[in-house]
Design a protein around this ligand. Structure first.
Ligand code: PEP
Length: 250
């Protein structure tokens, strides 16, 4: 039985005060919700404050990580620094990093290894663009992102990886993949884990769906066997809608 994960990616939104207010508003709404892991990824500036306000109720994630521990890397934040700021998870390879900051699969791979070495759980994003989907390249793209981005990992490493399937055409567009479309890609990704890592890893790895997840579509998505949770952008910014997504099972 895979324990679901509902994760909120706040992107470049919320001051420290707004972040803490969110956590204080969310906590009473998710009291008793112990059917899933709940993770929020605030901007760097708010990590420590969110970790302190969250206590054990929420896990905290960075939105990116450097592949080196320290050094002359202006603007970067390392995995040990994320741990120090209270993070247990980190998002790696988000399509906005890939599109706007030149993130490559090779860098994703280095970042995953750095995160694992520091004891963080990487949430690794993969997904095809609209043009790639329309030209029937979805599987090829996922296979390449998986082989290069997640290459060289042992089954033991893999036991600490979370995958997020995020079709780029569904991110921030209001255009969600239907549960059936998402399920097909999730099934394909789980098959890649069987062939490239191990059958046992495939059984246990959590694969989240991301792309315009909202309170009104989460149930249909979570009903799919291979969908183990959600990575939520826009709808994770309000405590009401994020709590409603967390409560998909009620
Ligand atoms: C995301 O940022 O990972 C995301 C899925 O965004 P949204 O839910 O807004 O599409």
């Amino acid at each position: 039985m895979r324990r679901p994960v509902i994760a909120g990616n706040w992107k470049m939104f919320k001051t420290i005060a707004e972040s803490v207010a969110f956590v204080n508003a969310l906590k009473p709404k998710i009291r008793g919700a112990n059917h899933c892991d709940i993770v929020v990824a605030p901007p760097y500036t708010a990590l420590r404050a969110v970790a302190d306000a969250s206590g054990l109720d929420l896990a905290v994630a960075g939105q990116d990580v450097a592949w080196e521990k320290e050094g002359a890397f202006t603007g970067d934040v390392s995995a040990p620094m994320l741990r120090d700021a209270g993070c247990s998870h980190v998002i790696i390879g988000h399509s906005e990093r890939r599109q706007l900051h030149g993130e490559t699969d090779e860098r994703v791979n280095l970042k995953i290894k750095a995160a694992l070495a520091a004891g963080l759980l990487p949430i690794v994003c993969v997904g095809e663009s609209l043009a790639e989907r329309e030209s029937n390249q979805t599987k090829e793209v996922l296979e390449k992102q998986f082989s290069k981005g997640l290459g060289g990992l042992t089954p033991q490493d893999f036991s600490r990886i979370i995958i997020a399937y995020e079709p780029v055409w569904a991110i921030g567009t209001g255009r969600t993949a239907t549960p059936e479309i998402a399920a097909e890609s999730h099934h394909f990704l789980r098959g890649l884990v069987v062939t490239k890592i191990s059958g046992e890893s495939a059984e246990s790895v959590r694969i989240l769906y991301g792309g315009s997840v909202k309170p009104d579509n989460i149930r249909g998505l979570m009903a799919q066997e291979d969908i183990d949770g959600a990575l939520v952008g826009g709808a994770s910014l309000s405590a009401e809608s994020f709590a409603a997504i967390v409560g998909y099972n009620s």
